[in-house]
Design a protein around this ligand. Structure first.
Ligand code: SF4
Length: 386
């Protein structure tokens, strides 16, 4: 087939008529790809019994996270919540605890909310219509298409990181693949590859597997590719140059500080509120320090942290020098996190209801974000040596 792109003013490359070399050979393309997939697919627990519920959980976990990391989380999650109803009936803290370490906790909260929606609207049975799946919190067009094709073997297109790369190379697309027009072209191409009846399950999984294992970002293994006969980038020798992608976001640096405050063998934690990065999770008191200025450089870091804790939470802390430094990323921020010990002066301020003094056991069991968990593990290891 010829995939059309509408002209939209000046574009760096004219892909208005992308001639795919496989046009007219879609059945052969599907056969070659699915035969390869059936032979070479990696073992993944959700592939054993691809029910709507299991595929949905796996797809939500796989957003922003690699397969190898997801497998253990998936097994633990499914063994604790084997059905939608069990997930819907759980406490949010239980769900977040099982998500601890996967990051992007909004996914867990949306999964939980969606399970409740399925119980309320579909009697706890995972819906089998695209519209109903798409209406679930946290489910977009890609995830709905993946669930419909992988769980129910229905012909719905998919477009995510791996398939963007594979399609752009098959088509020889030289325009920025993140442009709206390009995305439309890639969705249309994905649709054009689908069979009329059954077969989308292995086709879509095969396309993603190909992108992950053969058609890699760097050094794609084209000699081993089952569909190289229909690949324009391979024919032109430009596979390593595609897809063309402009950076999605510019990263900013940020300096955060966290205080481990203990009293009578209990630790001061705070539950993150609505609208914060880690809503529902627990954290040590944590603040963001401003950009360094000539004035702030004259004040010690400990005093800056104590001042921020007072302004942000009303906490009066005596802060000791930093013990650990961590680096991590949250959304567009590259963060340097300094960890301090703090001693509280006086009582918790009135109205500090999101704070709690927790025991060592609770520090081990409450859901924390990834850096909070690292710090908690250091604290618990240090206290067990005393
Ligand atoms: Fe990707 Fe190479 Fe296969 Fe083309 S031939 S789809 S570039 S692995």
């Amino acid at each position: 087939m010829t995939v059309c792109r509408q002209s939209r003013g000046a574009v760096a490359h004219d892909d208005s008529q992308l001639e795919w070399p496989g046009a007219g050979n879609e059945p052969q393309f599907r056969r070659a790809l699915t035969n390869w997939f059936r032979k070479h697919q990696r073992n993944m627990p959700w592939r054993d019994q691809p029910s709507g519920y299991r595929v949905w959980v796996s797809e939500i976990m796989l957003q922003q996270t690699q397969v190898i990391t997801v497998i253990d989380f998936f097994n633990r999650f499914i063994s604790k919540f084997p059905t939608v109803a069990k997930l819907a009936a759980a406490d949010e803290a239980e769900v977040l605890k099982l998500w601890e370490g996967l990051g992007y906790y909004r996914r867990a909260r949306q999964l939980h909310a969606a399970a409740k929606q399925i119980v309320a609207n579909h009697r706890g049975e995972f819906p089998e219509s695209f519209e109903h799946v798409l209406a679930l919190p946290g489910v977009g067009r890609y995830t709905a298409g993946a669930i419909m094709s992988i769980a129910f073997d229905r012909p719905f297109p998919i477009l995510e990181g791996n398939t963007i790369r594979v399609y752009a190379r098959l088509l020889g697309m030289k325009a920025n693949a993140r442009e709206k027009q390009s995305e439309q072209t890639l969705w249309a191409f994905s649709e054009s590859l689908l069979p009329k009846g059954k077969g989308a399950r292995d086709l879509n999984q095969g396309l993603m597997e190909l992108g992950s294992e053969i058609c890699r970002v760097r050094q794609p293994d084209c000699p081993k590719c089952p569909v190289r006969a229909w690949c324009r980038a391979f024919a032109e020798g430009i596979q390593e140059k595609l897809p063309v992608l402009t950076p999605r976001m510019e990263y900013q640096s940020r300096h955060d500080a966290l205080a481990v405050v203990s009293r009578n063998d209990r630790y001061l934690l705070r539950q993150c509120g609505a609208g914060e990065n880690w809503t529902g999770l627990w954290d040590f008191p944590r603040v963001t320090l401003g950009e360094p200025t000539a004035e702030s450089r004259r004040v010690s870091l400990e005093d800056q942290v104590a001042a921020r804790m007072k302004t942000e939470f009303g906490l009066k802390l005596a802060v000791e020098p930093s013990t650990k430094r961590l680096r991590h990323a949250v959304t567009k921020y590259r963060i340097t996190l300094d960890c301090f010990r703090g001693r509280i002066e006086g009582r918790l301020p009135a109205g500090a209801r999101d704070f709690a003094w927790v025991s060592s056991e609770e520090l081990g069991s409450l859901p924390l974000n990834a850096t909070g968990r690292k710090v908690a593990n250091w604290v618990l290891a240090a206290s067990s040596k005393k």
